[in-house]
Design a protein around this ligand. Structure first.
Ligand code: CA
Length: 235
């Protein structure tokens, strides 16, 4: 069930979004302050954010800029103003879509679905493509189910491939063990949660053989794991 964060200070708008998204089987969380939303994203995995531009503590643009320092989660902006400048700024700082108020909540739900659908573009292509535009780091070939790390082919089990692909596709996102199991195709209630730790350990060992200095898979204590691309590690 995709988890949608709604960042909107007008309760009536937030409530209508919660209503329509829950009716479409999404889980939702609502924040009215950008600072609270940013704190929330650091502790909870979020699949998509619907973000108002006019917020009490900072603009949605500023919030998105801060968000992009640690997360690539898709963002849909909501704004009262329909001018082209807002639209351009929004897309330049990394928004995925843009909706002008007043809007129909059903329209938003349709856009959410469309974005989540194209979130997994890597699985649709057969080309060797860089993860996170970092060709020197990881290259995923989805047809051959191979991943190169610093130009060297990783010898991975199917489980390890799925695990690493899931982490690479959403840099910065923290996955719980249950979410990683689900991504690999194992039922989360099967009691295998801790087996993820073992697989991550062997995965890290394989990466270390190729490059001993990097440690791209991060342990998020008490929660799970994430892939932190090089650029993010420097900040
Ligand atoms: Ca507002």
């Amino acid at each position: 069930m995709p988890h949608i964060l709604i960042l909107e200070d007008e309760p009536s708008i937030a409530e209508s979004l919660v209503f329509v998204l829950q009716a479409e089987s999404f889980s939702t969380h609502w924040e009215s302050l950008a600072s609270n939303a940013l704190a929330y994203i650091k502790t909870q995995p979020v699949d998509l954010i619907i973000m108002d531009v006019g917020l009490p503590d900072m603009t949605g643009f500023e919030a998105c800029k801060q968000l992009r320092k640690f997360s690539e989660v898709p963002v849909i902006f909501l704004t009262a103003r329909g001018d082209e400048l807002d639209r351009v700024i929004g897309l330049e700082i990394g928004a995925d879509d843009y909706v002008v108020k007043p809007f129909s909540p059903r329209e938003i739900a349709a856009r959410v679905k469309a974005i989540l659908k194209r979130m997994r573009p890597v699985t649709a292509t057969n080309e060797l493509m860089p993860a996170n535009n970092k060709p020197q780091e990881f290259l995923i070939n989805t047809e051959h189910k191979t991943i190169h790390y610093f130009q060297q082919l990783l010898q991975l089990t199917r489980f390890e491939f799925c695990l690493l692909q899931t982490l690479l596709e959403q840099p910065g996102r923290v996955f719980s063990r249950d979410q990683l199991l689900a991504a690999v195709g194992v039922a989360a209630d099967a009691g295998y949660e801790r087996s993820i730790d073992g697989h991550i350990k062997t995965l890290r060992a394989k990466l270390r053989v190729i490059n001993a200095e990097k440690d791209p898979i991060k342990t998020q204590r008490g929660f799970g794991y994430s892939y932190q691309p090089e650029a993010h590690q420097c900040r």
